[in-house]
Design a protein around this ligand. Structure first.
Ligand SMILES: NC(=O)c1ccc[n+]([C@@H]2O[C@H](COP(=O)([O-])OP(=O)(O)OC[C@H]3O[C@@H](n4cnc5c(N)ncnc54)[C@H](OP(=O)(O)O)[C@@H]3O)[C@@H](O)[C@H]2O)c1
Length: 309
């Protein structure tokens, strides 16, 4: 068996010039791990942010094998892994190394892929889906009948957040630009605000929950849309004393792998209540183009890297 493989690595921080496809040793699964043949991998904003230097803040050391989520088939099981068989199609988040022909993943974080999705569609779910799920339900406790505003509703995270919130019975106000109105309404949004034609905070009031996926100034302005005692959850901003000032609760959610969350998402997908949206699929060799697309900030749904033909 050839024990070499191609993988995307950065050996220094910087722009896309530092992103290389290299021939490296195939990893070995340790206790509790699975070796996967990678078919597809979702590309997320965190990937270009790590490349730009955030890897250091996230405790990573160079060289960094890139990629944080994958879909693949099981090649070998490490010691102590039960419940999976070689050949099973599984998906989930990994710390690093998803942009490679083979990758190791913690078995406890992996779930079998939804039966009604292909490998490209499934790649849209683990990271963005876990992010939306944890922010809406684990952090903000979003419940049926509550009013939710999402600041970037058309992206990888927002497009899933709309569908999760609707499946829970919430009322969703989706902020997006006009070109994405039909898209977000099609996902179930009850109200739509075009942030390019008016300040969104002037068109929304009395929200129970705001899910902020933009950060910066949009995060600051979004407080005005919350009712007293409402809940702001952000995955981008670093809130300081905003909560006290606005009489609301605020938290920053950091996504973690969760087979439990991913299983709940898979169940909604298989029940036909959630469908992932893939905006662009690029071949492995075009990883730099995929990162540039993500960095452009205009993705409608997800960008996916096709690793195996
Ligand atoms: N904390 C965590 O653990 C965590 C986890 C996942 C993601 N994140 C962060 O969450 C953010 C969103 O991630 P993502 O994957 O959803 O990004 P994404 O897919 O790249 O988002 C692109 C979308 O954002 C929309 N958008 C851009 N600027 C906007 C604005 N000012 N107002 C409204 N919509 C806007 C764009 O729509 P238009 O073209 O219509 O503007 C586009 O559809 C990123 O910063 C990411 O790093 C954090």
């Amino acid at each position: 068996m050839n024990d070499k493989m191609k993988a995307v690595l950065i050996r220094e921080y910087g722009n896309n010039d530092v992103v290389q496809i290299e021939e490296v040793d195939r990893p070995e699964p340790r206790h509790g791990e699975i070796l996967l043949k990678v078919h597809t991998a979702g590309v997320n904003p965190v990937d270009y942010k790590i490349r730009n230097g955030a890897g250091q803040r996230l405790g990573m050391t160079l060289p960094i094998p890139m990629g944080g989520e994958l879909v693949g088939t099981i090649e070998t099981l490490g010691p102590g892994v039960d419940g999976f068989e070689p050949g099973d199609a599984i998906f989930g988040m990994v710390h690093t190394g998803a942009f490679a022909e083979y990758a190791v993943a913690k078995a406890a974080d992996m779930v079998r892929t939804p039966s009604n999705l292909d490998f490209t569609q499934a790649a849209a779910l683990p990271l963005a889906g876990s992010t939306a799920w944890q922010a809406l339900f684990d952090e903000a406790g979003l419940a049926a009948g509550q009013r939710l505003l999402i600041t970037a509703s058309s992206g990888g995270v927002g497009s899933l957040a709309i569908q999760f919130a609707k499946a829970r019975g919430a009322h969703v106000t989706a902020v997006a630009s006009a070109r994405n109105e039909e898209f977000v309404r099609g996902l179930g949004a009850d109200e739509f605000i075009d942030y390019t034609s008016q300040p969104f905070e002037q068109a929304a009031r009395d929200m129970d929950v705001v899910f902020d996926t933009v950060g910066g100034e949009a995060f600051q302005r979004a407080f005005q849309t919350l009712k007293k005692g409402g809940f702001m959850v952000t995955v981008v901003a670093f809130p300081e004393d905003e909560a006290k000032r606005h009489g609301v609760r605020v938290t920053r959610s950091f996504t973690r792998p969760s087979a439990k969350n991913l299983t709940a998402i898979k169940d909604l997908v298989e029940a036909g209540k959630v469908r992932p949206n893939v905006d662009a699929v690029l071949p492995f060799a075009e990883i730099r183009k995929a990162l540039a697309l993500s960095e452009g900030g205009r993705a409608r749904g997800k960008i996916v890297l096709r690793v195996a033909a």
